[in-house]
Write a protein that binds this ligand. Structure first.
Ligand SMILES: *Cc1c(COP(=O)(O)O)cnc(C)c1O
Length: 452
């Protein structure tokens, strides 16, 4: 009998995260203080993050032990399954073998709890009482709400007002887990009040919500801030995905020719691919492909420059592919893929051509999502459907060549809270949108003054 699922036992939850910094062929660029333009130190980050996470942010150790209480929480849903997409393969009539690592089995429905749980643990260990964060559509907020609940922390989520009003279900998920969810801009912070004075009916934005959450943490001794992607320690925590996937591919007696993931800030894709990178650094032919929306083409059309992490231009400067921190995300349905930059570690690998990137329009992405749901059964998150689109295209190429190809894709979450997007697609109301070249050129000119 040919296997469809490759399952590890609870005892196989990884005991250490993999830190790719130990193996990088080129050192990462320094993170700069926005005022002095000098490299920042731990003291600069201490008001926002617990010391253990700051240490991980700059660590060069190859393996970082996963604390037992974190592994105990991981065991609630990890190891996650690796599937062979036999029904999709049959529908495509392809000689390619398609595998997918499914992170939708977590209680929040995505990969995000892998880091939320670790972050909540280290904060609790260092005596923090409350975490503050921002969320757009709510994937990150719900992951952190869950993690805080499990470690006995309070959780305040600044949720962008339009999402708060229009997407009530993830808000209710966060509230179910006991988080305090605020419609941002609020009147609780200087940043929020300043916006409300000028624009009382402001719909909010991720940038405003970040400013509010950061201010909340910086002005309360018992409160820290938490970020769900982009930072090195987030990529580190997500490597449990790839560490498990490596073993599962061995169980399947196979090895990937191409590894594919969708990229918003880069955490699920990095988590899947980093553990496969040591062989790549030694010259293996495995390809790694990042997939992003044409509406937010950070890697494929942005430049590799120093930029702020937030719209309000308050964070340290990091070197990354960016569309400029003034980027206004178009209203596409993959809410998790609309960040103006990407994780510096992923950008470094892309810059040095260890990773490729491709961008797709949302209609073809949703076509792929439907084909996947109608063959494999799982309704994918719109974000994850970007990776599915590329996997299907790779499988069709293999068919044209008449040669097998082993494809591993990251299925970062399910789409049960995204049915409004499916509704729009099924009704033929989804529109394609490519980010205008003019806007990119203007943003790049503005960034010139920030370069050291
Ligand atoms: C948030 C999210 C993403 C994008 O974030 P990354 O940091 O790039 O992984 C992708 N898929 C799902 C399901 C998400 O919730």
């Amino acid at each position: 009998m040919e296997s469809t699922k490759f399952l590890l036992g609870e005892g196989d939850v990884p005991k250490a995260w993999y830190n790719i910094v130990a193996d990088l062929p080129v050192p990462p660029a320094a993170v700069l203080h926005p005022g002095t333009r000098q490299p920042i130190g731990p003291a600069d980050l201490a008001p926002l993050f617990p010391m253990e996470l700051i240490k991980q942010e700059v660590s060069t150790e190859r393996e970082i032990e996963i604390p037992k209480p974190v592994r105990d929480v991981y065991r609630m849903w990890r190891p996650t399954p690796l599937y062979r997409a036999r029904r999709l393969e049959a529908a495509l009539d392809t000689p390619a073998r398609i595998y997918y690592k499914y992170e939708g089995t977590s209680p929040a429905g995505s990969h995000k709890p892998n880091t939320a749980v670790a972050q909540a643990f280290y904060n609790k260990q260092e005596g923090v009482r409350r975490l503050a964060t921002e969320t757009g559509a709510g994937q990150w907020g719900s992951a952190l709400a869950l993690a805080c609940r499990l470690f006995g922390l309070d959780c305040t989520v600044y949720m962008v007002r339009v999402s708060y009003d229009q997407k009530p279900y993830r808000k209710l998920m966060m509230q179910t887990w006991g988080a305090d969810v605020l419609s941002s801009p609020t009147d609780r912070t200087h940043a929020g009040r300043a916006i409300l004075e000028r624009t009382p009916d402001s719909p909010g934005s991720l940038g405003i919500a970040i400013s509010e959450a950061v201010e909340d943490a910086a002005t309360h001794d018992d409160t820290k801030y938490s970020l769900g992607s982009v930072l090195n320690h987030v990529m580190l925590h997500q490597t449990v995905i790839g560490l498990e996937a490596r073993r599962q591919m061995e169980m399947a007696g196979d090895a990937p020719d191409v590894v594919i993931g969708c990229v918003g800030g880069g955490s699920n894709f990095s988590g899947l691919m980093f553990p496969f990178m040591p062989e790549k650094f030694k010259g293996s032919g495995t390809r790694f492909v990042a997939v992003e929306p044409e509406a937010c083409p950070t890697l494929t059309r942005g430049d590799y420059l120093y930029d702020f992490g937030d719209t309000a231009a308050t964070t340290p400067l990091v070197k990354m592919y960016t569309l400029g921190h003034t980027f206004v995300p178009p209203g596409i349905h993959a809410g998790g893929l609309r960040y103006h930059g990407d994780a510096p570690l992923l950008c470094l690998l892309y810059h040095h051509k260890y990773v490729e990137a491709v961008a797709y329009q949302q209609r073809t992405v949703f076509d792929a999502a439907l084909q996947f749901a109608r063959t494999e059964g799982i309704i994918p998150a719109p974000e994850a459907a970007h990776a599915i689109r590329k996997a299907i295209d790779e499988a069709l190429e293999a068919k044209k060549e008449g040669r097998p190809r082993t494809i591993l894709l990251g299925l970062s979450g399910h789409g049960h809270f995204d049915m409004a997007a499916y509704e729009a697609h099924l009704a033929g109301r989804l529109e394609d949108f490519a980010y205008p070249e003019d806007a990119i050129k203007t943003a790049m000119r503005e960034l010139a003054v920030l370069q050291p």
